[in-house]
Ligand binder design. Sequence first.
Ligand code: AHR
Length: 328
Amino acid sequence: MKRFFSLILCLALAINIAGCSSKPEKTDDKDLYVIGFSQVGAESDWRIANTKSMTETFTEEKGYELRMENARQMQDNQFAAVRTFILEGVDCIIIAPTVEDGWETVLKEVQDAGIPVIIMDRSVSVDDKDLYLTNIGSDFLEQGNMAVSWLEKETADKPANESVRILHLQGTYGATAQLLRTKALEVAVAKHSDWEFAAQLYGDFTEAKAYEVVTDYLKTDRNIDVIYSENDNMTYGAMRALDDAGITYGENGQVKIISFDATKRALQYCLDGQINLCVECNPLHGPKVEDLITKYRNGETIPKHVYVEETAFTSADLTQEFVDSREY
Ligand code: AHR
């Protein structure tokens, strides 16, 4: 008898794996709404705050089971996680995509399994927008434009024959945060004949990589006016490299620093005059994603793209009280 039941179980699993069109059963017996969440990694303070926001929002007490997989910044790991979620028959899949391209096939598989998908933080580039329910995250182009507008004002009074040499630190190539922050700057450099790239360096959104590439770069060129760093952690790496090289930065230094994210540590540096501009990127998506899921479950229509509100800070906009009360 036992062998008979094992055979039935194996057959059922085989049907699921073979891509049977009916939705697989959930693997738990509690009445929880099961969410499969493919997170990019733990590359930055921003990411850690984002993970915290998700885990604090989707709790068992509130009726959720959150199954999170850390992709360690590799898209292939995300594909594997999503396919596991399909086999497990979760109720909903949330993806924070590492990069924009390459999602068509796996999203089609999720669609065939009848599971709704929410794209969070960054975006995916697919022709068929029905492959996901909604995309919630930052307006990364607007963030880049805020940085550029600030730099335009800052450099407005400089002598016409002096150029502005920008060292550009780029995040993970192909990620929305990289593509659009880069786009804003490249458009501005093309527009201002007196702005030029000293170099564009790859920092992969991590402090260690940025420290390495900036340290290396400063060995041959110290003539830099601005560092445009596509996230706070790369900024910390660059600041250490500048310290090592004896180059001053911030409000009273040689190099102006523009940093994206505006996490607590960066805001403190900004208040202290070491970072000139912090452009905000809000990681607290948990409650907003929950709101969208609730609406979806209630049969309400939800917008295809939801942008979170963000701003930019100089030291003049900050107080110690504000920095201390920053959640991330
Ligand atoms: O996609 C958001 C970006 O990813 C943040 O700017 C960065 O810190 C993170 O790693």
